[in-house]
Design a binder for this molecule. Structure first.
Ligand SMILES: Cc1cc2nc3c(=O)[nH]c(=O)nc-3n(C[C@H](O)[C@H](O)[C@H](O)COP(=O)(O)OP(=O)(O)OC[C@H]3O[C@@H](n4cnc5c(N)ncnc54)[C@H](O)[C@@H]3O)c2cc1C
Length: 406
């Protein structure tokens, strides 16, 4: 699958993790992780801290799947507002999902503290703007639901928002518990750290094209016919994980992003906050460590790489125009633009854990706008499951919420 196109900023900014190491023999190991993006890296980190030796395999250059195209914002708010999620899955589960995401932001930060590497992680606030009257109504309800759930949130009316952020919108929800990072840098930092400590083996440019269930686990077969025997396999294959699943669990979409030239930081908005809005298709924005502005959105409900790529220039212009409408005084000049595959599940939640009748194959599928916070949760749940510990998040994020056809 063509996961992204154009020039994702992190790929231009960072040196390539220049590691060409395809698997050329048969091997055995305890646990194989398929995928070297932020999800595979976080799973590897958790397993290493639990003392489990693992192998990470990727068909691409390390970290260059969707992780390289991500705008890398960490928020506790899921694509589906809490009020709507409550209607879909009940109050207890919906609140729990939101709280798991809140905790996950701190957990991601702690991963990087523990390896003493900083992927430009920055704790910052979020403004969720009401784009229109119905957005304002939604935010009022959302505020009450989040307040009841003890989630960090403030309601800003039009005047308070103007005073706080200097922009005109109907109202906003504000919290100061969000973060941003460079998740490509993050994934490669984590993998490099554990590789250098001999805690993982890392194989790039190695496609897992088939697998068989064995008595004690799995036999994975590479495109070149090499075999890997393992007790456990973790599928951290991002939007391409469908080939390991008997059932479709998400819809694939297309999304677009642009990044500006760096500007003098006097032009940036207050606290370099994350900003997004209630409107569909939504617009969202963040800043970067070198004072650029990154703007994304304009999602389309297709996943056709040719169609997506043909749309890129027009979408980039639309994103820039919308940004300038919100912040007419900021000198925004688009430097790079890119498009990527994205996905959405019916309830906005990820799929984590084993598929029924497939023991020892653990899925870490952090689909949706909170992909990275979901990846952290997946890494912890899978670490617990592999070591035989109970995790009270398994039902909430597991496959049992689907009808199975295996
Ligand atoms: C434009 C854009 C903006 C986004 N913004 C945000 C955001 O602000 N916040 C957020 O949390 N999330 C965001 N996301 C989503 C987030 O980027 C993803 O959830 C995350 O990067 C997925 O990481 P991953 O490791 O699961 O997948 P990937 O990075 O795609 O890694 C999976 C890897 O598996 C490998 N693989 C697949 N199949 C096989 C196979 N058979 N054999 C060997 N290797 C295989 C692939 O080569 C790939 O490298 C955004 C995504 C996009 C595209």
């Amino acid at each position: 699958m063509d996961l992204h196109s154009g020039m994702p900023f992190w790929m231009a900014l960072n040196p390539l993790y220049n590691y060409y190491h395809p698997l050329k023999k048969n091997i055995s190991t305890h646990t194989v992780i398929v995928g070297s993006g932020i999800t595979g890296a976080l799973v590897a980190h958790v397993l290493c801290t639990l003392g489990i030796k693992c192998i990470v395999i990727d068909k691409r250059t390390i970290g260059t799947g969707s992780t390289a195209a991500s705008t890398s914002q960490l928020q506790y708010e899921i694509d589906i507002p809490l009020v709507e999620l409550i209607r879909k899955i009940g109050e207890e589960n919906a609140v729990k999902a939101y709280k798991c995401c809140l905790q996950s932001i701190t957990d991601v930060e702690n991963v990087f503290k523990s390896i003493k590497k900083d992927p430009d992680f920055e704790s910052i606030p979020t403004y969720l703007l009401a784009s229109n009257k119905s957005g304002e109504k939604l935010l009022k309800e959302e505020f009450e639901a989040r307040k009841k759930a003890n989630l960090p949130v403030q309601y800003l009316d039009k005047d308070q928002l103007k005073e706080s952020l200097g922009i005109d919108a109907f109202s906003a929800l504000y919290n100061d518990t969000s973060a941003q990072l460079d998740c490509y840098k993050g994934a490669t930092f984590i993998l490099d750290h554990h590789l250098k400590k001999n805690e993982i083996e890392l194989y790039s440019h190695t496609l897992i094209s088939d697998y068989n269930k064995t008595k004690n686990g799995y036999e994975l077969i590479t495109e070149n016919g090499n075999k890997i025997n393992c007790e456990n396999v973790v599928i951290a294959a991002g939007y391409e994980a469908g080939e390991f699943l008997p059932q479709k669990v998400m819809d694939l979409l297309s999304t677009f992003a642009i990044v500006s030239h760096p500007v003098d930081k006097k032009y940036l908005w207050k606290n370099r906050a994350l900003i997004w809005e209630t409107q569909t298709p939504y617009l969202y924005m963040r800043t970067t460590a070198d004072n650029r502005m990154m703007v994304g959105g304009e999602d389309e409900e297709y996943n056709n790489a040719d169609r997506r790529d043909a749309a890129l220039n027009k979408k980039a212009k639309t994103l820039e125009k919308k940004f300038k409408k919100m912040f007419p005084d900021i000198p925004f000049v688009t430097d790079m633009s890119w498009a990527g595959t994205f996905s959405a599940t019916a309830d906005g939640l990820p799929f984590i854990g084993t598929y029924p009748y497939r023991p020892n194959m653990y899925f870490a599928l952090g689909y949706g706008g909170n992909g990275i916070t979901f990846s952290m949760i997946a890494a912890q749940i899978i670490g617990n499951l592999i070591t035989g510990k109970k995790d009270d998040r398994t039902d909430l994020f597991g496959f049992n919420r689907l009808k199975h056809s295996d």
